[in-house]
Design a protein around this ligand. Structure first.
Ligand SMILES: Cc1cc2nc3c(=O)[nH]c(=O)nc-3n(C[C@H](O)[C@H](O)[C@H](O)COP(=O)(O)OP(=O)(O)OC[C@H]3O[C@@H](n4cnc5c(N)ncnc54)[C@H](O)[C@@H]3O)c2cc1C
Length: 409
């Protein structure tokens, strides 16, 4: 086998594509990665990295490096906004016998990407090409062909496999005619970032979820260039509101004040608006084409599961591709990737993220009371709280995936 016969092509240099490049490259597999942006991503999206994800990032020290540049957060809270009551508090210490990482790490995704890029710099057989847009993908029995535009013209590259890690609007997924099944939420989500210290001033933990009547807020801390760090607040936005109103200073202050009344206007350092979907690709493998990360599944950010799922995809897929390429394993192993990761995306991430949203936004007084009473009861019972945490920490879903066998694929 020549080098090109083993080469893996990757569309997308977000955290998932870069992680695939690293996990394959460090095993000696040649990789070519294309990203349409001229530089690595800088927008503030994912931060929360769950215990199950830290486990898969542990062996080369990435989990520790993320903790070093981020924040370690063992506790998260649920609050009722109208009554300002702390309803429930969960401590990951309850998972001390389930994981080496009884906490989440709040590490902004551009920092995770940067840590991976630093590792990739030492690998001459891995090419990371920014300013390269993947426009099409073809395949035959021997390999894949990826069409790429780099601003000067169109080129074609050959490889053994291609990974589509090119985000929710994935060109790779569309080129293969794979459906992206699910729906789009009518409301968009706005992220407002402030240096106001919700920990010192309001007693919030680094991850705090607020329920309100037909609304909600997630408030969490990131280290930014810290210390002291920044606090991100995430809210739903009424579809009837105009972008100009939403993003105006008055609109932003009104939204902050409605949730967290304060005598002073808030200093806002970022304001970002996102369309949010719940979708899973009909398949994660089509021949020599494999999907991972947001190209394969997207969900609302309540509970912080999207990128976590993507990182878990990258680890699962890279391990199996390495077995196929380096050890001659049957490529049906990649059907097991599809089965494991697709099952988890549907049964856990979609279900949990939708339930998280419904729990926070319930309008009916009885439903609100039921939801909050249930959270109180779970938090008060250590074994129920542990079971709850096993799901939120994505350990239950990893265990489910690990229990699946090739015969089921
Ligand atoms: C407000 C918000 C908060 C979030 N918080 C969390 C959280 O706390 N925890 C969590 O786990 N997840 C969270 N997420 C989700 C998380 O941001 C995504 O799941 C994550 O970005 C997915 O990474 P990815 O690498 O798969 O895709 P992306 O980050 O979208 O990267 C895709 C890359 O592909 C490139 N690309 C696209 N098309 C092409 C093409 N044709 N050719 C070449 N390159 C291409 C793009 O330039 C991009 O760099 C959040 C999302 C939002 C919006």
């Amino acid at each position: 086998m020549g080098v090109d016969d083993k080469r893996v092509l990757i569309a997308g240099g977000g955290p998932v594509g870069l992680l695939c490049a690293w996990l394959l490259g460090r095993r000696g597999i040649p990789v070519m990665l294309f990203d349409e942006n001229d530089t690595p991503q800088a927008d503030p999206r994912a931060a929360t990295t769950h215990p199950a994800t830290l486990e898969v990032l542990a062996d080369d020290g990435l989990a520790d490096d993320m903790a070093r540049v981020g924040l370690v957060a063992p506790i998260f809270q649920f609050w009722d906004r109208p009554s300002a009551e702390l309803v429930a508090e969960f401590d990951h210490a309850l998972l001390r016998n389930d994981t080496r990482f009884p906490y989440v790490v709040q590490c902004e995704q551009f920092k995770t990407a940067k840590l991976i890029l630093e590792r990739l710099r030492g690998l001459s057989h891995v090419e990371i090409l920014f300013g390269h847009t993947v426009t099409d993908v073809g395949q035959n029995d021997d390999g894949v062909t990826v069409s790429v535009e780099d601003g000067r013209g169109a080129l074609q590259h050959r490889g053994a496999w291609v990974i589509g890690a090119d985000g929710g609007r994935s060109t790779v997924r569309k080129a293969c005619g794979i459906d992206f099944e699910g729906f789009t939420w009518p409301e968009r989500f706005i992220v407002l970032t402030t240096p106001y210290d919700f920990g010192a001033e309001r007693g919030l933990s680094y991850r705090s979820y607020f329920a309100d009547i037909g609304a909600w807020c997630n408030c969490f801390k990131v280290s930014a260039d810290g210390p002291p760090g920044l606090w991100r607040t995430v809210y739903p936005v009424d579809p009837a509101e105009s972008d100009a109103d939403i993003m105006s200073d008055a609109g932003v202050q009104a939204r902050m004040q409605a949730f967290f009344p304060a005598p002073q206007p808030y200093e806002i350092v970022h304001r970002n608006l996102y369309v949010t979907h719940q979708r899973v690709a009909a398949r994660f493998r089509k021949g020599r084409v494999l999907l991972a990360g947001d190209a394969a599944h997207v969900n609302n950010p309540i509970g912080g599961m999207g990128l976590n799922g993507g990182i878990q995809d990258a680890a699962n897929l890279s391990g199996k591709l390495a077995q196929v390429l380096l050890e001659g394993a049957d490529d049906r192993l990649l059907d097991l990737y599809d089965l494991q990761r697709r099952t988890v995306a549907v049964e856990f991430v979609q279900e949990q993220s939708i339930a998280n949203k419904k729990r926070l936004e319930a309008r009916e007084p009885e439903a609100r009371k039921r939801n909050l009473d249930e959270l109180r009861a779970i938090a008060a019972d250590p074994e129920r709280a542990r079971q709850f945490l096993l799901r939120t920490a994505m350990i239950a879903s990893q265990r489910r995936a690990e229990g699946m066998r090739l015969e089921q694929a």
